[in-house]
Design a protein. Structure first.
Length: 546
């Protein structure tokens, strides 16, 4: 891709990998504390470390990596950015980076230990929220760059179907933008005025509902770029073809439609929301599972078609034909594999009844380490292995490929240990978001300790995996030998059907998205506003900023 676009992508990746290093260090500390054997040195608070971990890995690493990847992908399939687009790309990037610096400062000063969910009535310094707002607005600016590049391609190629990778990038960023409306509303209208002291109270239920209106699509904002790689990049790496362009687009459209009106499945145990609306959103949650099932189907089809091309026979013969020694394939593949139990756990969480057992236990932490920290992270690492050398004019050598394979296994083994024990301890009732692991020697909590030690073992292996990933990134960016590395973009299988025009028309899908959102949220919000007793919820300033 164009060197100037590559520079913009790399700037995003530098921030992402610094976030990986610091966030992983915080993660290691957490698992050690929860093992009940380690206390943090004086002055460092568990929740401060947990906030560093969640914000840096859940928000900073992901957002920077995703936007960098989408820009590079679009530059490859649509052609280089215009000077104006690139300028706005840099403006957005600096807004995000300055925002991260401000937020990080307040977390380090101990004025922002509100975790990545920033639930009121936990209160941070107003500038903590201002920094986060800058990150979000910067990402919107970059989103508009991607929309503009896509629209320009459409104008220059009338009547043609847009490149799949660019379509997916646009869908991902539309989802992000629409989701952020909820976050922006609670932060700008409720949280900042309350944290400055302009208003004495905050409506916790409305704030949390607006957060989860954002928080659930957030997880698909993480997942969709991984799916971009699974649908478009992986077929090329294994030497095959994309099973179906239309199916891939349909799954992205379904994410856009169904990922917003489902936030209540994070609030199933919260009072103040009528069970009917919770039930409706649970039904919609089961609909958002469908695009993932379609993706699994499509991936199996891609693997099988390629395997048979190479002479595989029998039901699972294709398995032997996959390029197991190629880290560009292995890392995302293991991500897919871990996503199977991760997704199954999600289906358990979404069940109104079973949620009672797992909500607020460390089971949930296990769930999201199999999804975002395995399916997405391993895929992002797999992308890094080829994208960084490809856009910086270097090569992934045989030797570095072996190191990358080792890194992939370290991460996978660490994650299996850690997540499995989190799921198990969660079923015994071990709470999440808690520094207390022994509860003063309570019998039940002592029973969790072996699982929490297993978590610490897994966490330590994972930390080594993260360190190795940072080393690989630095090597690929600065020291790998000069050369040419493929930017793999799959072609659509010749037998796949033509893409119907409706799948290339975002206007229709945005309209349907807003209709569904209004349907799922209007009456619950009216209920919340009408039924809130004056000054409620009364406990607002009890836990004010200390
Ligand atoms: Fe979730 C909580 C439900 C997916 C992340 N989730 C969370 C939280 C996070 C998160 C971060 O309904 C915690 C938030 C917090 O801090 O409180 N989740 C779901 C459901 C899905 C789901 C139904 N979650 C994700 C993804 C995430 C993510 C993706 C990040 C990227 N989640 C919930 C619920 C809660 C929740 C409740 C709230 C719980 C509570 O009470 O607090 C679905 O989208 C999952 C569908 C996925 C599948 C898997 C398909 C498999 C594929 C791989 C194919 C493999 C191949 C390899 C081809 C059905 C596509 C084949 C090879 C072989 C050898 C077989």
């Amino acid at each position: 891709i164009d060197k100037r676009d590559a520079k913009l992508t790399m700037a995003h990746l530098y921030v992402a990998f610094v976030a990986l290093f610091l966030g992983a260090t915080a993660g290691l500390l957490q698992t050690l504390v929860r093992s009940g054997k380690v206390t943090l040195p004086a002055g460092i608070n568990y929740y401060q470390v947990l906030t560093v971990h969640g914000v840096l890995l859940g928000l900073v690493l992901t957002t920077f990596f995703i936007i960098g990847f989408i820009i590079a992908g679009q530059s490859k399939v649509c052609g280089t950015l215009s000077a104006g687009e690139r300028r706005f790309g840099w403006i957005g990037y600096w807004m995000m980076t300055i925002g991260v610096a401000i937020t990080a400062t307040f977390i380090l000063l101990g004025e922002g230990s509100v975790l990545y969910t920033m639930y009121a009535p936990l209160m941070a310094h107003p500038l903590h929220y201002t920094g986060l707002t800058l990150v979000v607005v910067g990402s919107w600016v970059e989103g508009f760059v991607v929309f503009h590049r896509h629209a320009r391609w459409k104008k220059e190629n009338p009547g043609q179907t847009t490149p799949l990778l660019s379509f997916m990038g646009v869908a991902t960023l539309i989802l992000w933008l629409v989701a952020c409306l909820g976050l922006a509303t609670t932060v700008l209208v409720q949280i900042i005025p309350w944290s400055i002291g302009l208003v004495p109270t905050i409506d916790v239920l409305i704030s949390r509902t607006l957060f989860w209106y954002f928080g659930h699509p957030l997880v698909y904002f993480w997942l969709m770029p991984a799916y971009m790689a699974w649908y478009v990049i992986i077929p090329k790496i294994i030497g095959g073809k994309i099973f179906s362009d239309s199916l891939a687009r349909l799954s992205f459209v379904l994410f856009l439609l169904f990922s917003m009106p489902v936030g209540f499945h994070h609030q199933l145990l919260e009072p103040g929301i009528d069970p009917f609306w919770k039930y409706l959103q649970v039904v919609l949650t089961y609909l958002v599972v469908i695009p993932s099932l379609m993706t699994a189907f499509s991936l199996f089809a891609t693997f099988e078609l390629r395997g048979r091309e190479l002479g595989a026979t029998g039901i699972f013969g294709w398995w032997k034909k996959l390029p197991w020694k190629d880290a560009r394939f292995l890392a995302p593949f293991l991500g897919m594999l871990l996503f199977i139990p991760g997704g199954a756990g999600g289906i358990v969480n979404a069940s109104h009844q079973m949620n009672q057992v797992v909500h607020n236990t460390i089971w949930i932490t296990g769930h999201f380490h199999l999804t975002v920290a395995s399916a997405c992270a391993l895929t992002f690492f797999g992308i890094t292995f080829w994208m960084v050398p490809s856009i910086t004019g270097r090569k992934l050598t045989e030797k570095m490929n072996k190191v990358a394979l080792a890194q992939t296994w370290l991460w996978t083994i660490g994650m299996v240990f850690m997540s499995a024990s989190m799921h198990a301890a969660g079923l015994f009732g071990a709470p999440r978001r808690s520094a207390f692991s022994t509860y003063a020697g309570n019998e039940d909590s002592l029973a969790w300790i072996p699982y929490q030690i297993a978590q610490a073992v897994g966490g330590t292996i994972l930390f080594l995996g993260a360190l190795l990933m940072v080393v690989i990134f630095i090597n690929l960016a600065f020291f790998a030998p000069k050369g040419e590395e493929e930017f793999p973009i799959g072609e659509v299988h010749e037998k796949a059907e033509k893409v119907p025009a409706i799948f290339d028309n975002f206007k229709v899908w945005i309209a349907v998205t807003f209709t569904l959102i209004l349907f799922a949220y209007t009456i619950p919000f009216i209920d919340m506003i009408q039924n809130a007793p004056p000054g409620s919820p009364g406990f607002t300033n009890v836990i004010g900023r200390q």
